[in-house]
Design a protein around this ligand. Sequence first.
Ligand SMILES: [Zn+2]
Length: 289
Amino acid sequence: MRAQNIHAREAPTRSCRPSSTSRLQLVVQTLYLAPIRFGYTTASVPALFGSKAPPASEVDMDKRAIEYEARRLQFEIWNSRELRYPLGVPGIPTLFDPRNVADHCGLYYEERERLDTDFHGGGEAAGLWRKDRSTILISRNFPYEVRRFTAGHEIGHFILHPHVGERTLHREFGFNAPRENRPALEREADYFASCLLMPRRAVISEFDARFGSKHPLALTETVAYHLKADAATLFSQPPGSLMFAESVARAEQFDRKRFSSLAKFFGVSPRAMAIRLDELVLVAAYLYA
Ligand SMILES: [Zn+2]
């Protein structure tokens, strides 16, 4: 990942473009914003999407910068909530729904039945970024979770990569292929989408409400039993497998409690949720590996 993409950008022309002023405001808000009641929880808003930068040991510098940009955007949206939602501020999954975030950024969001592209070999796209029209096009031919993630990814390009889509349409295909081997810019946009849709502190808060506040939740026979997962299968996974994290992401019960799964709550696929849980070290399939 390339940090210079995040910092070397055009002069801000929209409210959601980074600027030194907004960075300063962010610091002030982060340090001094009083706790505000927030819908379903009494946690303070900065606490929900991360009042502090993540520890340096946890993510590399580029990820920190990307998460910072996502959080800055979230603060902007939070600060305009009264104007935007005079009848009541919705929960985080709606507040940071990419359609609403796009609108905040002055971008158009459109859904089409299909997105067939005829350039560079063609193919059906999950999403298109039309920089020339400031428009995000999303295909309805993909599930709701994929549409949200694709749109979050396009907003990531808009914020992080001003040059992407400058000359041609930028298109996204379905996210079935292994994402690790994707180009750096694509992985950066993926990470932005992840931070936007699954804010760090909100994920921790929702995780705690379901699985308890002891982190990480380690794979044991008892945990597998409570997840209604097959312990033998989970224990036989190779290192690096996200199967346990996915079981947690899609779990709708634990220790006699029933709830909406984390993946459903945040409106993402179990896979995307699992990657975030793993990254935030909320789950551990191999404590002693
Ligand atoms: Zn992309």
